[in-house]
Design a protein around this ligand. Structure first.
Ligand code: HEM
Length: 232
């Protein structure tokens, strides 16, 4: 995925993706198919449940949220497991640990440092801090996920953690639409890699791993690994 170094590159990339979806929506409208975009167009055209802008931005969101987040969780999850070889070995021996391991990866290795912006509709007073209506609020997911009042030893990665539930996929009415798909993709990717390549390891020293860090996100740009011989 493009890693824009400048605002101009970012704007151009966003405009290109926007244009791509405007054209794709026009094409699917002319020739409907058995796909999600066609269903969204029907919700717009036949049921009037979406505006044209909402239709294009939802398609954009599904592409973006559905690819980058999941890629980062797979690379971040694998990296975290490689740093905890005893837990990697436990997962290889007992794949039934994977569902809980995925929740712990979402808590511990989530690249997103904050949630999507919120705007309170009324004044809020929280712990003596007044947040005026309409102000931008950025919730700190990274700190919530390491809250010692919620998680015993929060800095410890533990695939057997009891109740590792988290906010990585949101909460409430905007809970992630792709949550089951994301969990399935992470499961398939990690289970397959772990099972097929028992000699899996980092291909570069940890200090040379390429991170992309902004105040919103801390994610691996790439995770170079040595796979070793496949399992017999
Ligand atoms: C591990 C990967 C993923 C993470 C961490 C993630 C995270 C999130 C979060 C935190 C939200 C809530 C945003 C908010 O609070 O307003 C969200 C919403 C959403 N996600 Fe995901 N997501 C992931 C994968 C996916 C996938 C695979 C798809 C689609 C194929 C997807 C599509 C969406 C959409 C459309 C929404 C908006 C839902 C709404 O506003 O009603 N996400 N995601």
């Amino acid at each position: 995925m493009l890693a824009p170094e400048s605002g101009a590159q970012l704007r151009e990339a966003v405009q290109n993706i926007h244009r791509f979806f405007v054209e794709l929506v026009a094409a699917r409208r002319a020739a409907p198919g058995p796909d999600l975009l066609t269903a969204l167009i029907a919700a717009r055209d036949e049921e009037d449940r979406l505006s044209e802008d909402e239709l294009v931005s939802l398609a954009f969101l599904i592409l973006l949220a559905g690819s980058e987040n999941t890629q980062h969780l797979i690379s971040g999850g694998l990296y975290t497991l490689l740093r905890h070889p005893e837990q990697l070995a436990a997962l290889r021996d007992d794949p039934a640990l994977m569902p809980n391991a995925i929740e712990e990866i979402l808590r511990y290795a989530l690249p997103n440092q904050t949630a999507i912006r919120r705007f309170p509709t009324t004044h809020l007073d929280i712990d003596g801090v007044r947040i005026p209506a309409g102000d931008t609020v950025l919730l700190g997911l990274a700190s919530a996920h390491r809250d010692p009042d919620r998680y015993p030893e929060p800095d410890r990665f533990d695939i057997r953690r009891a109740d590792p539930s988290h906010l990585a996929l949101g909460h409430g009415m905007h809970y992630c639409l792709g949550a089951p798909l994301a969990r399935m993709q992470i499961d398939l990717a990690l289970t397959t890699l772990i099972r097929r390549f028992p000699g899996l390891g980092l291909a570069v020293p940890e200090t040379e791993l390429p991170w992309r860090t902004t105040f919103r996100s801390h994610a691996l740009k790439r995770l170079p690994v040595l796979v070793g011989p496949p399992a017999a």
